[in-house]
Design a protein around this ligand. Structure first.
Ligand SMILES: [Cu+2]
Length: 142
């Protein structure tokens, strides 16, 4: 939760200084089958790097504005690095644990144009309630 708040603070700074260089944001696979940052607001051109700090997880994109440009699901316990060039909402999850709610959202360029598509992703009820919580967080003031 602390990391999320720090990221939000960083984002506000980015909005203020327009010529800020592209950033790399690191998200860990963490204990209790979760990602260390569940909702990440980033700028176009920023990189997200997922780090296998806890074993048995990966990243698979479930929805996004440019699905054909996104990598296939990553190997379990592998590092994944993705540069986000298309604005919009991205939903990803961990293969073994996504149905239990190991999900993450990335909002690129504060753009929610494809939010309905993300909301309509088929998921079991537990995961759906996690997704709804993440969407609420993504839309709250930061
Ligand atoms: Cu997992």
């Amino acid at each position: 939760m602390h990391k999320t708040l720090i990221l939000y603070a960083t984002f506000n700074l980015l909005v203020i200084s327009k010529a800020f260089p592209a950033e790399t944001i690191q998200i860990d696979f963490s204990e209790h089958d979760s990602y260390s940052i569940e909702v990440a607001h980033i700028n176009i051109g920023d990189t997200i790097e997922w780090l296998p700090k806890n074993e048995g997880h990966n990243v698979e994109f479930l929805a996004g504005p440019s699905m054909n440009e996104l990598p296939a699901k990553s190997e379990i316990d592998a590092i994944l690095s993705v540069v986000f060039t298309a604005p919009g909402v991205y939903l990803y999850g961990c293969n073994p644990h996504k149905n239990m709610g190991m999900l993450g959202l990335i909002i690129v360029g504060n753009d929610f144009h494809n939010l309905e598509e993300v909301k309509n992703i088929q998921l079991p009820q537990v995961a759906k309630s996690v997704l709804n919580r993440l969407i609420k967080i993504s839309q709250s003031n930061y």
